[in-house]
Design a binder for this molecule. Sequence first.
Ligand SMILES: [Fe+2]
Ligand SMILES: [Fe+2]
Length: 271
Amino acid sequence: MRLLFIGDIVGKAGRDAVKIRLERVRAEHKIDFCVANGENIAHGFGITAKTACELFSAGVDLLTGGNHSWDKKEVIALMESKPIIRPLNFPSGAAGKGIWIARIGGQNAAIINLMGFHNMGVIDNPFRAILTALETLKNDGIKHIAIDFHCETTAEKNALLKLLEGKVGAIAGTHTHVGTDDLLIARGTGYVSDIGLCGVLSEVIGMDSAEPIRRYTTGMKQSFEPAGKGRSIFQAIVFELNDDGLCADCYKIKAFDDGESFISLRHGGGW
Ligand SMILES: [Fe+2]
Ligand SMILES: [Fe+2]
C-alpha cells in the first residue's frame, strides 16, 4: 500500500498549496491513503469544520493533530463524526482518539498520531503509550502501521525510531514545520525527522514574521498570525509498505507556488 503523509498545513496558504495539487499527486504517485497534519489549518491554530472539510474534499483521508489540536473548540464535536485524530498520549479523559484504523487495499492499517515530551505541555509518556498500542494492534492482527510523531526534538524522534525500527512501516515527524533531509529505511521502517510545512515558506515557519521578530528582539510575546503572502511550498512523503507492513520505498515530494510537484529526496538507504 502507498501512503502519503503531508506535513503541517499552515493557514489558507497551506490549504491552497494542498488543494491545487493533491488530486494530481494522488494519481501520479498511486496513493491509496492520504494523511495530513491539520493542527494549524484554521488560521494557523487548530481545526474547524470548514477548513477540515476543504481538505477532505481536496483528497485528504485523515487529519492528525498535535499541541494545537484543541485550539478551536469545535474540533471536539468534529472528532466524533470526521476522520480527525489527536495524539494518542494525551492523558485519559481527552476527547477523540489517537489511532485510526483504515481499510486500505484489502488490509487493515493503523495510522497513529503520537506526541513527544519536549515543549508539549501535559502529555503521557509517548514511548510507553506506543508500546502498549502496538501490543494491542499485534493481538488484533494489524501489521500495517504508520505514525505521525509530532515532536520538537530530533533526538527524541531518533529515539522513537530506534525503539520501533522493524516494528512499524513508517514514522513521519511533524511539528517543527522545517523539513529534514534524513529520509531513510531502518530495518523496514521508513523514517523522516520532519516532513516540513505546507504554507508560506518565505516567512517564519509559515507565520507572518513581524510578531516572531518583535518577540525575539524585545521579549514582548503576542500571538502569531499565519503568513498570507510570500513564496509557498507543499511537502509530503510517500511510503510504500509491503504485504508484511514494512517499508519497501519512500521518497519526498515538494512543490513551490504554482510550480509542478517533483520528487525532491529519495531515501538514503539506512540499516
Ligand atoms: Fe504545526
Ligand atoms: Fe505542533
